[in-house]
Design a protein around this ligand. Structure first.
Ligand SMILES: Nc1ncnc2c1ncn2[C@@H]1O[C@H](COP(=O)(O)OP(=O)(O)OP(=O)(O)O)[C@@H](O)[C@H]1O
Ligand SMILES: [Mg+2]
Length: 260
């Protein structure tokens, strides 16, 4: 059902569902594809503007550059993006290239970046991030080490664009590390539950994860920086039970539907 340009054929999928009612579709391909673009991926979170007594969840200020690297310094200044910025390939299709991220420290060096890109303000978060795994209605959160904060002095001394390795692969779990409690504290459960529930509805997906950071120095200001479809669930604690329960609940729901 993949078309030559790599996009899913929505009509063919609807047709498949109609002609194969016995097949349970866990998540529809067109909804999955929505996460293959770093701009559309975070749009739901931005639109949701989640804010309650447990905290506030948004996305870092960002800008999409489709082409023409020479226009980047002007576009960044016009959009009021603060440096440094994280440059991420616009396409997030799981290829090695789509994970080639860099940090750009100064205005002039921005021209060295290669569009199409999403440029995101770098948010200091104390070097720890939270991976929030979602499997249907179940949520699991783990702490991971992340990029360290960038201080003002560093910013005024450093120029250039620096590639950084795939942090999520390299980073060890930060669950047992001796961390500043203000940095290590997991995001409030009720806030994550609300976020996950609304995202499941808005994205039309059941199996994904979110990378979330807490702005350093705040208790309740969170940013979603990445959403991945069907992430490496092997790193999610208790995945065996969670997946078994999820699949069983699908079967039970099918039964219920048939018998009503
Ligand atoms: N806006 C940001 N502010 C601060 N740090 C960031 C920001 N965006 C990304 N990072 C850092 O870069 C890492 C990789 O970013 P991101 O998750 O968006 O890329 P990715 O290539 O899709 O990664 P992966 O698939 O490995 O999770 C994050 O885990 C975090 O450490
Ligand atoms: Mg990520």
């Amino acid at each position: 059902m993949d078309t030559p340009n790599g996009s899913f054929d929505v009509v063919a999928n609807i047709d498949y569902r109609r002609t194969h009612p016995e097949v349970t579709v866990l998540d529809p391909p067109d909804a999955i594809q929505h996460l293959h673009n770093r701009q559309s991926m975070l749009q739901c979170v931005a639109d949701m503007n989640l804010s309650n007594s447990y905290g506030k969840v948004g996305i870092p200020k960002q800008l999409v550059i489709k082409k023409d690297a020479s226009s980047i310094p002007g576009a960044v200044a016009k959009a009021g993006l603060m440096l440094p910025v994280v440059a991420k390939p616009l396409v997030a299709d799981g290829s090695a290239k789509s994970h080639e991220l860099s940090l750009a420290y100064d205005q002039q060096s921005l021209q060295k970046l290669e569009p199409p890109l999403v440029l995101q303000e770098f948010v200091n978060h104390g070097g720890v991030m939270f991976k929030v795994y979602i499997v249907g209605e179940t949520i699991k959160v783990v702490r991971r080490f992340s990029l360290p904060d960038v201080c003002k002095r560093e910013l005024s001394n450093i120029v250039g664009v620096f590639r950084f390795p795939r942090v999520s692969c390299a980073a060890a779990s930060a669950d047992n590390a001796d961390l500043d409690p203000g940095v290590a504290e997991l995001p409030p459960r009720p806030l994550l539950e609300k976020l996950a529930k609304e995202l499941c509805c808005l994205l039309g997906l059941r199996l994904f994860n979110l990378d979330i950071i807490r702005e350093h120095g705040t208790r309740d200001r969170f940013y979603v920086i990445d959403i991945n479809y069907f992430p490496g669930y092997g790193k999610m604690p208790e995945y065996e039970h969670i997946f078994t329960d999820f699949l069983l609940s699908l079967v039970q729901n099918q039964y219920k539907k048939k018998s009503t």
